[in-house]
Design a protein around this ligand. Structure first.
Ligand code: SAH
Length: 225
């Protein structure tokens, strides 16, 4: 997968891709991430990428010209599955969307700032708008990082234990149940006996039951789906 991120703050984006699972995915050659500084594409002398809103009102708006030039340049080099704009009024990101989008080959992610981008960018270039939740961030970068992490870990070969992502919360509409590690007895707080029984089938059954119970208590809505 190749991810092109269009941003005015490339430095803010870098470090999450330099550690942990996303770093490993890049090192294994399973994903390529490229940052494009919007200021490199502006034709205006002050290198500005935003301007006042038509009709007045507080807050600057990101201009269409640098975004058009950057996206057009990228599209001239390859086809993209989706051109995504991070936006609070977009479709709220969930695991099902992450599963689907982890199979894409090439995507562009546009990070907004200020009041957002000129509507004509959304009308003419953007094919998908994604929100990471019902709250407003100052910029699209942190949303883009959340989105990238969610999809990259699902690319086959990224997680060392292939089954690990499949048993995470939201796969099969279930939340993950409780997990334990050594010691089996800590200050008298014991690990459930079944887990140390060595009885594989019983352990599986217990895990399924716990996941179901946990989901019923916390997110009954998931069971209704
Ligand atoms: N005026 C806009 C908010 C702009 S916030 C509105 O009221 O809808 C500035 C930028 O931050 C947005 O362009 C978007 O790229 C990003 N952003 C803010 N909240 C977000 C969210 N919940 N999910 C994804 N991106 C978000």
């Amino acid at each position: 997968m190749r991810i092109d991120i269009i941003t005015i703050l490339p430095d803010l984006l870098r470090s999450p891709f330099e550690g942990s699972i996303m770093k490993r995915a890049i090192e294994k050659g399973l994903v390529e991430v490229h940052f494009h500084n919007l200021r490199d594409y502006t034709t205006n002398k002050q290198k500005s990428v935003d301007d006042y809103q038509f009709g007045g009102g507080a807050g600057m708006v990101m201009m269409i010209q640098p975004i058009d030039d950057c996206i057009t340049h990228l599209k001239s080099q390859r086809d993209y599955d989706e051109i995504i704009y991070m936006s609070p009024d977009g479709e709220t990101l969930n695991q099902k969307m992450a599963n689907t989008m982890s199979m894409y080959e090439n995507i562009i992610i546009l990070c907004g700032h200020y009041k957002g981008v000129d509507q004509r960018v959304r009308d003419h270039f953007i094919t998908k708008e994604i929100s990471i939740g019902d709250y407003v961030l100052s910029g699209g970068e942190i949303g883009a990082i959340v989105f990238c992490d969610a999809i990259i870990r699902l690319i086959p070969g990224v997680l060392s234990d292939e089954t690990s992502a499949l048993t995470d919360s939201f796969q099969d509409n279930l939340l993950s149940g409780p997990i334990y590690t050594r010691p089996a007895d800590y200050k008298g707080w014991k690990v459930p006996e079944v887990l140390t029984s060595g009885h594989f089938a019983k352990i599986e059954k217990w895990r399924e039951d716990m996941a179901y119970e946990h989901t019923k208590n916390r997110r009954p809505d998931l069971l209704e789906e």
